[in-house]
Design a protein around this ligand. Structure first.
Ligand SMILES: CCCCCCCCCCCCC/C=C/[C@@H](O)[C@@H](N)CO[C@@H]1O[C@H](CO)[C@@H](O)[C@H](O)[C@H]1O
Length: 481
């Protein structure tokens, strides 16, 4: 079915990019002095938890093939490349006591080459590969980790600040906290849904704020860069226009995005989260809320620690009021705290459940971020893309998805006045998709994981994206305003 796409040009200052993350592409897991990190440990200790018992030991072998990756980016014509640093490649034991010069050299070469090719690096300091020593100390359940992260951030600003002007502290704390420490679906695989999610959220936002203040106080004046955190959320659409369903959708957004965005942009946890977790904790007979209380000093310290909003999003779901759940006792659990019913429309095109072709949901989400969070003057989409579960080189579904999401983005910009200034497709390469191993393919470039050379083959979406970047327009002919 033909869908009408926006015929507006992308604004002149709009930036296009592609993204990857260290563990998902680099490989060389124990090479040249790199230390062990959480996902090395997890995939090696519990191979059965990963589809086909795969791991990222070699992944796309980008540790050796990074030049080829940059060639692909150059050819594509992107304005920026979002990549992440492997903390334990730079600091094998996590702390600044021991710096691995090979790791420093690796990233220096990449950043230099990107700059030489006029590609702006968007650098994420932490994309889930926690040095294993910190996992042994409790990982993100231990607030002390925030200090170690801050040390790593300072060192990274010192080492790479001349090349990097856009820093992202942490990727998707929601995924880490809900899946890593709540449901156990990702490393470290902990199931502490009632408490762990909130403790992890606390440590993540504290770590982010520390890194932000370090940049602000020690580097901003000389380096002139900016700092943010990547937050992810699907869009929660009310299941009906009934007030109860609208409230259910707002509650879902508060628990998914608000838990992290509210303290950073508005100050403190969302009130609905404070109330629901607090009341349920009381009803469960607990002496205090399972949600850590932020002190007035912490609220002030964490608030306003972002220079622009980084958004990752892939899909939409409906939220509906769920009768009786709010009163139920004896189930200290993140999802019971939210207490709503969620569902998808079976008509929505989707290959995996959380990536769905719902461009209007994306537009609503952009509007939500724009109006809900104080002081947001700019939004950059740092991840969005389509998942296949088999190798498809003529990936028309991906082209459909990305073109319709980009069209929705243009509508949000031109019709709704949302200042969204960048879009980053996930991903440049098919890569190690965490517990899904190599079974989910989100790259615009195919990587042959059966081939020792990890041969890269651009898909149709790569050529299509290249044309959009060159024309700055989604259709045959665009109009200027
Ligand atoms: C509070 C909400 C209540 C109920 C929710 C209902 C279910 C709705 C669907 C939510 C989606 C859940 C899982 C989503 C996870 C993604 O945000 C996450 N996997 C994205 O991570 C990034 O995606 C890339 C592709 O998987 C990945 O490779 C990259 O490293 C991640 O940054």
């Amino acid at each position: 079915e033909d869908v009408a796409l926006s015929n507006r040009y992308f604004p002149d200052n709009f930036k296009f990019g592609a993204a990857t993350a260290s563990y998902q592409i680099e490989g060389a897991w124990d090479e040249d002095g790199k230390g062990e990190q959480l996902w090395d440990w997890y995939t090696h200790t519990y191979p059965d938890k990963i589809r086909n018992e795969n791991n990222g030991d070699i992944a796309c072998d980008s540790y050796h093939k990074w030049r080829e990756d940059i060639e692909l980016l150059k050819e594509l014509g992107v304005n920026h490349y979002r990549l992440s640093l492997s903390w334990s490649r730079i600091l094998p034991n996590g702390t600044v006591y021991n710096i691995n010069q090979n790791g420093v050299n690796y990233y220096t070469k990449i950043l230099e080459t990107l700059r030489a090719n006029n590609i702006e690096p968007l650098v994420t300091l932490y994309h889930w590969d926690l040095p294993v020593v910190f996992h042994e100390m409790g990982g993100w359940l231990n607030p002390k980790i925030a200090d170690y992260f801050a040390d790593f951030a300072r060192l990274s600003f010192q080492l790479f600040g001349r090349y990097v002007k856009t820093w992202i502290t942490i990727n998707e704390p929601q995924t880490t906290c809900v899946q890593g420490y709540g449901t156990g679906g990702k490393a470290p695989g902990y199931v502490h849904s009632g408490d762990g999610v909130y403790q992890c959220a606390y440590t993540n936002i504290l770590a982010h704020a520390k890194a932000y203040h370090i940049y602000d106080e020690e580097f901003r004046a000389t380096q002139n860069g900016r700092v943010s955190i990547v937050l992810d959320s699907a869009w929660a659409e009310p299941g009906s226009s009934e007030l109860e369903d609208e409230e259910a959708a707002r509650t879902a957004m508060a628990f998914s995005m608000g838990l992290y965005a509210n303290p950073i942009y508005n100050g403190n946890w969302p009130q609905v989260v404070i109330d629901r977790v607090g009341n349920r904790s009381l009803n469960e007979g607990l002496p205090r809320s399972r949600l850590p209380q932020l002190t007035p000093e912490e609220i002030e310290y964490i608030k306003d620690t972002s220079d622009f909003f980084c958004l990752n999003t892939y899909g939409t779901y409906y939220a509906q009021y769920q009768n009786g759940v709010n009163e139920s006792i004896g189930d200290p659990n993140y999802y019971s705290d939210i207490g709503i019913h969620t569902y998808s429309d079976p008509e929505w095109e989707a290959v995996i459940d959380w990536v769905s072709l719902v461009p209007w949901g994306f537009r609503s989400l952009l509007n939500f971020v724009w109006t809900e969070y104080d002081g947001v003057e700019e939004i950059v989409v740092t991840e969005n893309g389509w998942a296949d579960v088999e190798t498809i080189l003529e990936d028309t579904q991906r082209i459909n998805y990305v073109s319709q999401y980009l069209s929705a983005l243009l509508d949000a910009y031109y019709e709704d006045g949302v200042n969204v200034t960048g879009y980053t497709v996930w991903s440049l390469l098919d890569n190690f998709e965490w517990t899904n191993g190599y079974t989910q393919k989100l790259g615009i470039v195919h990587v042959d994981f059966d081939d020792e050379e990890r041969r890269r083959t651009p898909k149709s979406s790569y050529s299509w994206y290249k044309r959009v970047l060159a024309n700055r327009c989604l259709v045959e002919e665009c109009v200027r305003e």
